[in-house]
Design a protein around this ligand. Structure first.
Ligand code: GLY
Length: 357
């Protein structure tokens, strides 16, 4: 893969890899007016980098919101709509979302709904944003206790993925994004798996290639299935059990990390996959060893398993009171809409808490 590379699809242009901001900044000249959306972190750490690469953007108005998932709600959307109104934004104005998943999700949603639709460009600044949230047009906000309950599928006009922004990430943010990188390797990219296997994420020195491969994997999926009717569901591998664990630990311990939760979900769901498909035990062990090398395990006892399984029933992937999973057929190949018996789910959680590491 020659980097940076650009890719123009019917609806979205992508610029990916070191130097992509510099290479693609001229595309922003096509828009008569740009407003930049930041949070306090990206304002401090990323906006100066953006201005350095694209000095014309210093003239643009900036809307600042508070960082964090707890602020990804309709009140924040309302604030952005107010600011867009105050700044006289029109449908020809572009919203430039500079930030992680919260900024690209809520900025995309605010833009897509303002005056029936402004265009937006995503410039993700976290690993999770670069390989997942900024790509694929899922926009929205949380509503009451439900994540991404209100939103739209609407593509940005462009996505610029430049690893230059990663210099200020802390290790939790690296871990969160790395769980998604591992997911692409497991569901569709054996070559990425071989590149990563055996390494702790802090030992990786070729992020430019790793991010480009993972982002390319996601683009390939969403180009086929933007609205998640088919193959895009494969991206949910690890997320059904992972989200339930995330909710459980948020309620009981008031904090968790997305990375740890998805890593745990991938261990359980890989174990179920090995029970349902022709999947060698050695491969399962290889996957679990790699995940354990990079993520701590949650500690909970058997008495909590029932509650965790109940939390899965709030999942968007639930249909007719049944749980459907994305599973691995083998390393590098996934499938979706696999109905899984609750007893098997419980057994996978038992495996997770009892297995000797
Ligand atoms: N994050 C999963 C998806 O975009 O479909």
């Amino acid at each position: 893969m020659n980097l940076p590379f650009t890719l123009d699809t019917d609806t979205v242009w992508y610029a990916i890899g070191d130097g992509s901001l510099d290479k693609s900044a001229h595309k922003l000249d096509d828009f008569p007016r740009i407003i930049i959306l930041v949070d306090e972190n990206t304002e401090n750490h990323c906006l100066p980098v953006l201005y350095h690469q694209a000095p014309n953007l210093k003239m643009c108005d900036v809307i600042r919101v508070s960082s964090g998932e707890k602020n990804k709600n309709i009140a924040q959307s309302s604030y952005i709509w107010n600011e867009l109104t105050r700044l006289n934004a029109g449908r020809d104005t572009l919203l430039l979302n500079l930030g992680g998943g919260v900024i690209t999700d809520s900025g995309g949603f605010a833009a897509a709904t303002f005056k029936r639709g402004m265009r937006f460009v995503n410039i993700p600044t976290t690993l999770l944003g670069m390989v997942d949230a900024a790509i694929g047009g899922k926009t929205g906000v949380d509503f009451h206790d439900f994540k991404n309950q209100v939103g739209l599928f609407v593509d940005p006009v462009g996505v610029i993925i430049d690893p230059v922004f990663l210099k200020t990430l802390d290790s939790r943010q690296w871990q969160s994004g790395f769980s998604e990188v591992l997911k692409y390797a497991l569901i569709m990219d054996k070559d990425l798996w071989f590149r990563l296997n055996g390494r702790h994420f802090s030992e990786i020195d070729d992020w430019n290639t790793v991010i480009s491969k993972a982002a390319r994997d996601k683009i390939d999926i969403v180009r086929f299935d933007a609205s998640e009717r088919g193959v895009r569901k494969n991206l949910n591998f690890g997320h059904t059990i992972g989200h339930a664990l995330e909710s459980f630990f948020l309620r009981t311990h008031n904090e968790t990390t997305h990375g740890m939760a998805i890593a745990a979900g991938m261990i359980c769901e890989a174990w179920i996959s090995a029970r349902l498909f022709d999947f060698e035990e050695d491969q399962l062990n290889e996957i679990v060893t790699m995940i354990d090398k990079n993520f701590e395990r949650f500690l909970f006892d058997e008495s909590k398993i029932q509650l965790i399984v109940e939390l899965m029933h709030q999942d968007k992937k639930m249909r007719d009171n049944k749980l459907y999973f994305s599973m691995l057929r083998r390393l590098g190949k996934a499938t979706h809409d696999v109905e899984v018996d609750p007893q098997l789910i419980e057994a996978s959680l038992l495996y997770y808490i009892n297995q000797e590491k």
